[in-house]
Design a protein around this ligand. Structure first.
Ligand code: KIV
Ligand code: NA
Length: 273
């Protein structure tokens, strides 16, 4: 398993960090077998596996449940897990307790928190307590209703400057990496060059130190529309959908099961009646 120093070294040597989300045992196993450098147990699981239309309904218990499954599928990969909506905002005491529970029960290697401002103080306390932290700025889906939709962030001088300031503060708070979501590549490049910690981009261009995408998006698995920044590497909806349809059809028309799927015995051993 890679560690914080090795991720910094990758940044310095321009070796890209490949990160992918995972939410359960099979996706985690696949990510580990593919030698992903980092796995994100993202609260995007609210959409990808729980069917909500945002990350807002996701609870700490949901994250723990999925985090444990990912740990079993990818025991040897560095795992980052999201603190869910409002689990790090109510009070410092609640935030620290929630962080401790998530960190201890899932055995992930780091926690990810969205946002800046007051959240930076919480990040500092977590790092001080010994919990590695990853930041996440730009489009922060837990604040989608404040941002007014899933849109590119930081396109003008003021917001670009704010994002750079936020990035520097997050680094100063002791974060080990920073996710940049949906920001123009020029801004992501600038932030990446100003930070000593790695940036992991999603919709932030090729100049970030690493990339992260959602497992279900790259496989087109259960998702219909994909954002511009996603490259689909497979069409699971079609491939798996066809397989399931064929199974249902074959049961209905009697062509499944065949002899080779069937156990047999001597008729003599059957009960008399
Ligand atoms: O939850 C998630 O999948 C994320 C990534 C999109 C960065 O936070
Ligand atoms: Na997330």
């Amino acid at each position: 398993m890679l560690n914080k120093h090795q991720f910094n070294k990758m940044k310095n040597e321009n070796n890209k960090i490949a990160m992918i989300t995972a939410y359960d045992y099979p996706s985690a196993k696949m990510a580990e077998e593919a030698q992903a450098d980092m796995i994100l147990i993202g609260d995007s699981l609210g959409m990808t596996v729980l069917g909500y239309d945002s990350t807002i309904p996701v609870t700490l218990e949901d994250m723990i449940h999925h985090g444990k499954a990912v740990k079993r599928g990818a025991p040897d990969t560095f795992k980052v897990i999201d603190m869910p909506f409002m689990s790090y905002h109510i009070s410092m005491e609640d935030s620290l307790k929630n962080a401790m529970k998530l960190y201890q029960e899932t055995e992930a290697q780091a926690l990810k928190l969205e946002g800046s401002g007051e959240v930076v103080g919480t990040m500092e306390r977590l790092v001080h307590a010994g919990i590695p932290v990853v930041g996440h700025i730009g489009l922060t889906p837990q604040s989608v209703n404040v941002l007014g939709g899933y849109k590119v962030q930081g396109k003008d001088k003021d917001t670009a400057n704010q994002l750079l300031e936020d990035a520097l503060q997050i680094e100063a708070a002791g974060a080990m990496a920073l996710v940049l979501e949906c920001v123009p590549r020029q801004l992501a490049e600038l932030i990446t060059s100003k930070l000593t910690i790695p940036t992991i981009g999603i919709g932030a261009g090729a100049d970030c130190d690493g990339q992260v995408l959602v497992y279900h998006d790259i496989l087109k698995y259960g998702v219909e529309r994909l954002p511009k920044f996603v490259k689909p590497y497979y069409d699971s909806n079609k491939a798996l959908g066809d397989a399931v349809k064929t199974y249902v059809q074959e049961v209905k028309d009697g062509s499944f099961p065949e002899e080779k799927h069937t156990f047999t015995m001597d008729r003599d051993s059957l009960p008399e009646k």
